[in-house]
Design a binder for this molecule. Structure first.
Ligand code: DGL
Length: 262
């Protein structure tokens, strides 16, 4: 099987890293849509258009069988439209793991870090609405505009990134938050910096294992045997910082920059 994976940038590779550990005998084709990044500060219509263009590219140039939307922001804005248009593909999206965070939290004060578009989206709002009816929990939501750009440029641990985190996390630290949802696939790359700013051990919830398990389950239903070599090809629609690929995947891979998705 061929699995297409996309994100606005390299953050979705945090999901590919989990896929490489669990899923065998497949071809993975990854597109970092850096020409249009960051998605999280665009309108839902724009994000939907970007997502459709990348998916069309993956279908026409790579004949994918499955699509992983390795981006919370694109999942929020576009997954319904993608499912409507491409009903024959296995499609797996990425959503903030608020429910597991609530079960892990001892203080019942949970933080959610995500892009402005994800936190403002209907999907997230209805998830919070539904969960807050069932659980006694305080949820601290924090959009992090600019953090994706810091991470894309390799600034995961610089004074500027720390200062940004300090401003966003101060209310969570004061409220004894012990569990933080990383609601953007880039944010696992600043886990250490977040924990340092919080000044206490934090349980982090990201979606990489959940997405991988769901994908593998759906592939096995279509007969995938999960054995053999896996290959990974990386493409970007604009500039990327190559050192970040190695930081995330533990090994360097070359990235082909596409002049166009046609
Ligand atoms: N990695 C994307 C996400 O999971 C974020 C991106 C962006 O703002 O470009 O939401």
């Amino acid at each position: 099987m061929t699995i297409g994976v996309f994100d606005s940038g390299l953050g979705g590779l945090t999901i590919v890293a989990a896929m490489l550990r669990r899923i065998h005998g497949v071809r993975i084709v990854y597109v970092a849509d850096t020409a249009n990044a960051p998605y999280g500060e665009k309108t839902p219509d724009q994000i939907r258009d970007f997502s459709i263009r990348v998916t069309e590219y993956l279908i026409s140039h790579h004949r994918i069988d499955a699509l992983v939307v390795a981006c919370n922001t694109a999942t929020s804005a576009a997954i319904e439209e993608l499912r409507k248009r491409y009903g024959n593909l296995i499609i797996v999206g990425t959503e903030p793991g608020l429910k597991p965070a609530i079960s892990h939290s001892l203080t019942k004060n949970v933080g959610v870090l995500a892009t402005p578009a994800t936190l403002g989206g209907e999907k997230y709002k209805s998830l919070v609405g539904m969960l807050s009816q069932h659980y006694r929990v305080r949820v601290f939501e924090q959009p992090c505009p600019g953090l994706v750009q810091q991470i894309e440029s390799g600034e995961t641990d610089t004074p500027k990134t720390h200062a940004m985190l300090e401003g966003w996390l101060a209310p969570m630290r004061a409220a004894d938050v012990d569990t933080i949802v990383l609601g953007c696939t880039h944010y696992p790359l600043v886990k250490e910096a977040i924990e340092r700013v919080m000044g206490r051990p934090i349980v982090f919830i990201d979606s990489a294992e959940g997405v991988t398990n769901r994908l593998l389950h759906l592939m096995e239903l279509r007969g995938h045997a999960n054995g053999g070599e896996t290959s990974l090809a990386l493409y970007a629609t604009g500039a990327i910082e190559p050192a970040m690929v190695e930081t995330i995947l533990g090994k360097s891979f070359s990235v082909t920059v596409l002049n166009s998705l046609d």
